[in-house]
Design a protein around this ligand. Structure first.
Ligand code: CU
Length: 497
């Protein structure tokens, strides 16, 4: 009997309705799920499969109940208004209602503020700063927070107090009060003094942090690119070699002025120039081959059997006869030649190529010594990035074509901070703090502060110096680079991409 009941069309309809409800609740829950800020090294878990058991039904029903109560109260007010209209007597004193609602909002708000301060004030600051200038920076934060918090509490209490105290009363008439010079002066002067204090303090602190760079500071170059960081330390000569974006190549990612690396790049570019010149010399042959292929495909009907392949052949052919192919080659050649001549000019400048880049070390993490002054020199390869080291209270934009810097002295080793934070796995990081593209969220480099120069030296010794690729001698009989006349025409199929 029961079985029969369950199989009725009614139960199928109910199931369908439940299914729709489940789906809509799922999408609602997804929409309202708060997006929690996650530490960069946390792994994002895959989304859980939807199940009704995953939801806190008590909370959902409580919210529904609260909505219902609001609806009932609103209805009651509607009835009250209707009664007033019919009887002509005042049932609800709206001014009193508003005044008391104001009091409730004030008290609830202040309880909220107290709750936040009690339970979340540990997140107000990032914890002990690990740099020499960090405490000045933190104190600035506390002063600003202190002033604004005091003003916030006073103005909120006054706002709701006045709203309550001077609500409408039939036996009181409002006093017409137009202007008061004393009041105007007070509420102009007080914020002026406070803001001047805060701004001047910020200005002097910023100037101090950014201009006072100790002479003995060690330079570290920090290079930003989509999506990562590289650091460069001076080698034994204690001198960071010069660099320029024109010199960047696959084997020289930072574009340092190092002879072998740049010679290799010149060779690569020369080979490309030869290749393009070869293609230019054989344009007519190429177009003839493409025409032949094209006509063959059309006459045999292959163009219809293989439409995608035909499209490629047709594009090549039309680009060939219209001159688009020729222009592309010209542009490509011009670009390569310009680059080549720039590099050749750079190479002539022996003060730029002073050999100091040879022993530079390019590293994938940063190691610093406690209490030693550093100046970080920032460069960016592609777009604007921002180097952000919250533990050291350091942040600086990294702008392509515009070197920037930030000097600071770390005062706590990684070990000390781990102990202070009671977290044996805590590490300092330099993050990117400017949304710079798809993988921006993962753009970081580890920073370790060690206790002694000896520890730093051990790490440094384990880092390989910037090794330039060894030039491979060209095989005997090969065409001398740059001489296009001896180059055989290149197969046209390789030509276009
Ligand atoms: Cu970035």
């Amino acid at each position: 009997m029961l079985n029969l009941c369950l199989k009725t069309p009614f139960s199928t309809k109910l199931e369908m309705k439940m299914d729709t409800l489940r789906k809509s609740l799922a999408s609602m829950a997804l929409f309202f799920t708060p997006i929690l800020a996650m530490a960069a090294d946390e792994v994002i878990a895959p989304p859980k499969e939807f199940s009704l058991a995953n939801y806190d039904w008590i909370s959902i029903l409580s919210v529904l109940l609260a909505l219902l109560i609001i609806l009932v109260v609103a209805r009651a007010f509607d009835i009250g208004a209707l009664t007033e209209k019919i009887t002509g007597k005042s049932v609800v004193k709206w001014n009193d209602v508003n005044a008391w609602v104001g009091v409730i909002v004030l008290v609830a708000g202040l309880i909220g503020v107290w709750y936040e301060l009690k339970y979340h004030s540990i997140y107000l600051m990032l914890g002990n700063s690990a740099s020499a200038h960090g405490s000045t920076y933190d104190s600035m934060f506390y002063w600003t927070f202190g002033f604004t918090f005091f003003v916030f509490i006073v103005t909120e209490v006054l706002l709701f107090y006045f709203m309550f105290r001077y609500r409408y009363s039939a036996d009181r008439k409002a006093h017409y009060y137009f202007h008061n010079n004393k009041l105007e002066v007070i509420w102009t002067i007080v914020p002026t003094i406070v803001l001047t204090f805060l701004v001047l303090r910020g200005f002097t602190t910023w100037s101090k942090i950014t201009t006072e760079i100790p002479k003995e500071s060690q330079e570290v170059e920090v290079f930003a690119y989509q999506f990562g960081w590289k650091a460069r330390y001076a080698g034994d000569d204690n001198n960071l070699g010069n660099s320029n974006f024109t010199l960047i190549s696959g084997t020289n990612p930072l574009g340092v002025a190092e002879d072998n690396a740049v010679d290799e790049l010149v060779k690569e570019l020369e080979a490309e120039v030869v290749k393009i010149k070869g293609l230019q010399a054989s344009i007519n042959d190429s177009v003839a081959v493409w025409k032949k292929n094209h006509d063959y495909m059309v006459s045999t009907g292959l163009s219809r059997t293989y439409p995608e392949e035909y499209k490629t052949v047709k594009t090549k052919y039309t680009d060939g006869i219209s001159g688009a192919y020729e222009r592309t080659l010209e542009k490509d050649l011009k670009r390569k030649m310009t680059n080549l001549s720039r590099i050749v000019e750079y190479k002539k400048d022996r003060t730029f190529f002073d050999g100091s880049a040879k022993d530079d070390k390019i590293t994938t993490e940063i190691v610093l010594v406690k209490n030693k002054p550093y100046v970080f020199k920032f460069r960016a390869r592609d777009v604007i990035h921002s180097a952000y080291m919250p533990d050291f209270r350091v942040q600086m934009n990294c702008v392509p074509g515009m070197p920037t810097q930030f000097a600071f002295t770390p005062t706590m080793t990684t070990e000390e901070t781990r102990k202070a934070r009671n977290n044996a796995e805590y590490d300092y990081y330099l993050y990117c703090n400017k949304i710079c593209g798809g993988a921006h969220y993962n753009m970081k480099i580890k920073v370790t502060v060690v206790d002694s120069e000896a520890e730093y030296n051990t790490w440094m010794a384990s880092q390989a110096p910037f090794v330039a690729p060894v030039a491979v001698p060209a095989p005997a009989g090969a065409a001398p680079s740059g001489d296009s006349a001896t180059v055989a025409p290149v197969t046209p199929t390789v030509a276009m991409k």
